[in-house]
Structures are given as C-alpha cells and as structure tokens.
Design a protein around this ligand. Structure first.
Ligand code: ZN
Length: 493
C-alpha cells in the first residue's frame, strides 16, 4: 500500500489531465463565440464533444474512485486550507455527481437540452410560450431525475444548487432572500415613485466604438487586468473564459450610442478575469485554479462593475479621460457622469436591469424554479405566475412572453438552480468591498482581494471564504444598507 502523499500526487496528475482537456474545450468554445466561421459549427460540435467526453472519462474512471476512497481519511485529517484536501473535496463531488448518472440518462439530457434550446430560440422570436412549454416540462422532469442520481438530497433543488453553489442549500438561500426582499421591494417602489420627478442626466450622442475599446482597455488595465496574460475581444454576449491562469479571455460588445454598456460589461468581465489571473501557484493546472463558486465569482465581477465603476470616485478619476475620448459627453461633469451611470428604471429584462432592481429579477426566478420543482406551479401556469411575481416585486407586468418567461437561456439550457447565485454574489460583493481598505488606488484593492479571495482558487466555498475574508457570515444586510444609502441619496428619499 502506497502512502497518502504519493497517492495524492497521483490524484493531482489525474486532475491536471482533466483540467488540460477541460480548458482545451473552453478554448474551442471561446473560438466558436469569437472567431469561428459559421460553416464550421458541425465540425466544432464534434470536436467539442470528443474533448469533453475525454475529460469526463478521466473523472468517472474506476481509478478516480479508488483514489477518492483511499484518500478520504487523509483529506479529512488535513487542515481546511490544504491544497490536496481541497482537491480531494472537488474530486469527491465531481466523481459522485458524474459517476452516478447512467450514461443513457446523460445522453438523454444532452439530447433534450440541444432540442430545448432550439425550440426556445424559436419560441422567443415568436413570443409564443406554448411552443416551449412541453420542452420545459420535460426539462424539469429530467432535472428531477438527475437530482435523484447525484446524491441523497432532501430537496431536488439542493442537488441543482450543488452544481453551481456547493456548500449552500435551498433553505440557506431562502433565508438570505427573506432578509433582502421586503426592504428591496419597498426601496424600489419608493425610488420608482421619485424617478418621475428626479431626472438623472443621460449620455446622448455618438461614442465611436474604437474609442470605447481603447477606453475600456485603459480601465481594465487600471483595475490590474494583465494583458500579457489575457485579452479582450468582441462577441454577441459578453463572457470570460479561462484557458489557463495565464491566459484569460474577456469579451464585450459595443453599441455606438451606449458607451456605458460596453464599459460596465468590460469591468464586469475583467472582474471575473482578475479573479482567475490571481489564483496562487500551488493550484495551477488543476480544477482548483478557478474562482470558487458562482456566487463568489459574481461577487468579483459585481464589485468592480458596481461598487467601483458605478461609484463617485471612479468618475472623479476617469471623467477627464472620458471627456477627452468622447466630446459628446462634454456637457456632463464627473458628478453628472456618476448620476448618469446610476439611473434606475423598472424594466422587464434581467440582463439590462440596473443595480437596484437586479436582485428582484433573480428572486422572482428562484421562487418560480422552487414552485416548478415542488409542483406548486405547473409549467402551463408559468406565464401567469411570472406576471404575478413581477407585479409584486417590480410593480410591472411583461407585455409578452419574450419580455417575461422566455427571456433567459437558463431553463432551456438545463441550468436550473443557477439564478440565485447572481443575487448572493451581489450580497458578497458589498461585504467584501466594505472589508477591503477604502482607497481609490486599485492596486491596493486588488492586493486585498488577491490575498483574501483570489489566491485561494476553489479551496473554499462561499460561506467559508466570506467568513475568512470578513469575519462574518454571508448576509443581505450590508447590501441592502448600501443600496438604501446610495439610491436614497441619488433620488432624494
Ligand atoms: Zn458575471
């Protein structure tokens, strides 16, 4: 029998093999979104599935199971921040989740997902939910079955959550949302009443795209994003992809009349990218060399996008350069630019929502997902349930299904359980920002984030990471207090 440390080395080699295949698949995907000629899509689908299948096989192999079993005592005895113990925890979860799903089921789910996405695109463009309804019904049924395979969960929703937010449960999220919802609904309604009389300035005119790109890159560089180890490109939907710790790709999109949309898009993705670029050496070339959970990742993008980019200090610092680049903004001083960046509007589309209303869009989806999985709401009643929730939370009812129940890709993609991570990420972003040194020097801020968040990679789940960084549990209160202060002042409440 070999000793634990040599078996841990074997586990690490196995994880490096998986990680190399997995990030190669990421590169194929990035290329598909950014460069690939359309005609290549059939070949690319084959390439992508071959590489992801090879990666999957590394995890579900018998030998991975032996390693997980043999190393369990050593991992349990190791300190929580031990890299090998963290690697074991990651492997145990992936092995359990992947291994327990029968191959025939995985294929059925993959085939249904491909079909559901196609139907969803069609249904959305025709604003016709009835087309998508049977696909959603089937998706919920398949995801319920998946939950039964992957572990012993009291609630199927917990199994879905574990995929994106391991360490959190449905009830822990319900508790967080219960502490946020009443105060936020009230604040949004009071701000919306004032929004009729308090007119915030608007950016109007033409903002050349090539200058938006230059300005965005300057801001990303000021944040500390390392362009020697990353790049920025254009895609239909902004995203970030980590090919390696030293190869982080960001994308954005530009519209000549909306310079803030590309700017905040870049800051958001660069926030994700900074996280990935700053994981410590001991974790590189393993699956732990990524940001922790989805919520923690989102806390990093939101921190830079909202707490920095939509802050007064940012506009004081960047207004002169903004004016130099964009004569159309000449009439707006730093304070006016700050106010223009923080306009609140109750709107239907989540991805276009402002900072204040965003989390309500998320809570609405969380409620409906929970109702779908428990059977309280049938797929056929979803548009009505959506309208009722939207009225309750945002005070508005979508005019059609495309502006309501059909707007997001998640449900057709099988990403049930993903939405709540966005709102938890918002909460964490404020907690971390408040714990970090108060400074307009981004290198100091980045240094604090690197030390307290980034370097740990996937060693800790959200709750543990936040406790270590701030000394406190995840909580909605700082976030709510921050929103009340900021938007109360902007709208004269
Ligand atoms: Zn994000």
């Amino acid at each position: 029998m070999k000793d634990a440390s040599s078996r841990f080395r074997e586990l690490r080699e196995r994880l490096t093999h998986f990680h190399s295949l997995n990030t190669a698949a990421g590169l194929l995907e990035w290329d598909m979104e950014v460069n690939m000629p359309r005609a290549a899509s059939e070949a690319r689908a084959l390439q992508f599935s071959a590489v992801t299948k090879a990666a999957h096989e590394v995890i579900v192999a018998e030998e991975t199971g032996h390693l997980v079993e043999e190393l369990a005592p050593a991992a349990a005895a190791a300190p929580a921040d031990d890299a090998m113990a963290a690697a074991w925890r990651w492997t145990e979860r992936e092995y359990r989740r992947r291994r327990n799903q029968p191959v025939s089921f995985v294929e059925e789910l993959a085939a249904h997902t491909a079909r559901a996405q196609e139907v969803w695109v069609e249904a959305r463009s025709r604003k016709d939910y009835s087309l998508f309804r049977p696909e959603l019904e089937k998706m919920v049924e398949l995801k319920r079955r998946q939950a039964g395979f992957v572990g012993d969960f009291a609630d199927p929703y917990d199994a879905w959550l574990e995929e994106f937010e391991p360490g959190m449960t449905t009830s822990s999220i319900e508790k967080l949302f219960a502490g946020l919802k009443p105060g936020l609904v009230d604040l949004v309604s009071r701000v919306s009443e004032r929004a009729g009389s308090v007119r915030l300035p608007e950016l109007k005119g033409s903002f050349p795209v090539d200058r938006q790109r230059v300005f965005g890159e300057e801001v990303a560089r000021a944040m500390g994003f390392d362009f020697e180890r990353g790049r920025l490109d254009v895609s239909a939907h902004p995203f970030s992809a980590t090919i390696a710790r030293d190869d982080v790709r960001l994308t954005t999109r530009y519209r000549e009349d909306l310079p803030l949309s590309s700017l905040f898009g870049i800051m958001h993705e660069a926030g994700h990218g900074l996280y990935e670029q700053n994981v410590s050496d001991e974790l590189t070339h393993t699956p732990l060399c990524h940001g922790s959970t989805m919520a923690v990742h989102e806390s990093q993008s939101r921190l830079w996008e909202n707490l920095v980019g939509r802050g007064r200090g940012f506009w004081k610092r960047f207004a002169p350069r903004f004016h130099e680049m964009f004569p159309a903004a000449a009439g707006l001083d730093a304070e006016a630019l700050y106010r223009a960046a923080n306009k609140v509007e109750r709107s239907h589309i989540r991805v276009e929502a402002d900072e204040l209303t965003y989390s309500l869009h998320v809570m609405l989806r969380f409620d409906l997902e929970r109702a779908l999985v428990s059977g309280k709401v049938k797929a056929g009643d979803l548009p009505d349930a959506w309208a009722a929730k939207s009225k309750e939370y945002l005070g508005i009812v979508p005019p059609d299904a495309a502006a309501g129940v059909l707007q997001d890709v998640h449900w057709s993609a099988g990403l049930l359980g993903y939405f709540p991570t966005y709102a938890v990420g918002n909460m964490i972003s404020v907690q971390l920002f408040e714990a970090a040194p108060k400074t307009e020097d981004y290198s100091v801020l980045l240094g604090w984030l690197r030390e307290n968040v980034h370097r740990h990679g996937r060693k800790f789940h959200a709750e543990e990471l936040v406790r270590r960084a701030t000394g406190k549990p995840i909580s909605p209160e700082p976030y709510l207090r921050y929103l009340k202060t900021k938007f109360g002042e902007l709208y004269g409440l």
